[in-house]
Design a protein around this ligand. Structure first.
Ligand code: KIV
Ligand code: NA
Length: 263
C-alpha cells in the first residue's frame, strides 16, 4: 500500500503544497518515478499511443488498463496510483462504470480512477464516489472525444463552460481534476473557485499541480513538442547512441572484452 492516500492528496491544496504527477505504464518506470518522489502516478490511457503505437487513446481496453495498472502498483511504494478508465468503459451507464472501476481497484490495487468529463459525467462520478471508488475528473481538452471534436490538443477558452464542467465534477464528488489545454487565466480561476486540487497539463502555472506524460518529458517521443511540454532529458538521443555503440562494439568484436567475460 502506498503511503500517499486520496485524502492526503486532496488536502495538499489547503496546505498550499503543489502536487507533482507523472504517467507510468510498467514496473521499471513506476519504480524510478516513485523513488524519485512524485505525489501521484497516473496509469494513463495515453499508453494506447506511447506504449501500443495507436494514433489515439480510443482502442485501449479495460483489460489492458488493468494489465498495466498491476505492473505500476507493483513498482510503487509511496505515490498515489490513479488508473484511467478507457473509452466506453464508463460512458454507457453508471452501473457499468462501477463494475469497471471496481475491477481496476480490486485487480490492480490502485487507489483511484480517472475519467474524462464534468457535467456529462456528473452522475457517474457521484455513483463511483458513493461506491467508495475515488474519482479524478478531467476537463478541457479530452482525448477520448477526438472523434467528436476532430483535432488533437486544441486550447480551450470557453470560460463559462469550463468552470461549469469543473464545478459539476467537484459537486459530484471528484477528489481532484485534470485541466488539459486550457488558457492560463481560466485554469487560474477554476483553481481559485474549486476546493479540490486542479492538476494541469498545458493549463498554465496556477493549477494546484501538474501532470506530464513520462515518455514526453523524458524526450523519448521524438517529434512531439507542444508548447507546454518541457523536455527534462533527451532519452531518445541517449538510447539511440547507446544502441549504436553496442551494435558497433559487437560488430567490431570489442564487446564483450575480458572484463565482461567468464574465464
Ligand atoms: O492518459 C493520460 O496520460 C492523461 C494525462 C495526460 C492527463 O490523461
Ligand atoms: Na488519459
Amino acid at each position: 500500500m502506498s503511503s500517499m492516500t486520496v485524502p492526503k492528496f486532496a488536502a495538499a491544496k489547503q496546505k498550499g503544497r503543489k502536487l507533482a504527477m507523472l504517467t507510468a505504464y510498467d514496473f521499471t518506470w513506476a519504480s524510478i518515478v516513485d523513488a524519485a518522489g512524485v505525489d501521484a502516478i497516473l496509469v494513463g490511457d495515453t499508453l494506447g499511443m506511447v506504449v501500443q503505437g495507436n494514433s489515439t487513446t480510443l482502442p485501449v481496453t479495460i483489460d489492458e488498463m488493468i494489465y498495466h495498472g498491476k505492473m505500476v502498483v507493483r513498482g510503487t511504494q509511496n505515490a498515489l496510483v490513479i488508473v484511467d478508465l478507457p473509452f466506453l468503459s464508463y460512458q454507457i451507464s453508471p452501473e457499468q462504470a462501477i463494475a469497471n472501476a471496481g475491477r481496476i481497484l480490486k485487480e490492480t490495487g490502485a487507489a483511484a480512477v480517472k475519467l474524462e468529463g464534468g457535467i456529462s459525467q456528473a452522475k457517474t462520478i457521484a455513483a463511483l464516489t458513493n461506491a467508495d471508488i475515488p474519482v479524478m475528473a478531467h476537463v478541457g481538452f479530452k482525448p477520448q472525444s477526438i472523434r467528436a471534436v476532430g483535432s488533437m490538443g486544441k486550447i480551450q477558452r470557453d470560460e463559462d463552460l469550463l468552470l461549469a464542467d469543473a464545478k459539476a465534477a467537484e459537486a459530484a464528488g471528484a477528489f481532484g481534476i485534470v485541466l488539459e489545454m486550457i488558457s492560463s487565466p481560466i485554469s487560474a480561476r477554476i483553481t481559485k473557485e474549486l476546493q479540490i486540487p486542479t492538476i494541469g497539463i498545458g493549463a498554465g502555472p496556477e493549477c494546484d499541480g501538474q501532470v506530464l506524460v513520462l515518455n514526453d518529458m523524458l524526450g523519448l517521443t521524438e517529434g512531439f513538442k507542444p508548447k507546454f511540454l518541457k523536455h527534462y532529458a533527451n532519452l531518445h538521443e541517449i538510447v539511440t547512441k547507446s544502441v549504436q555503440n553496442y551494435a558497433n562494439d559487437v560488430r567490431e568484436g570489442t564487446y564483450p572484452d575480458a572484463d565482461h567475460s567468464h574465464q
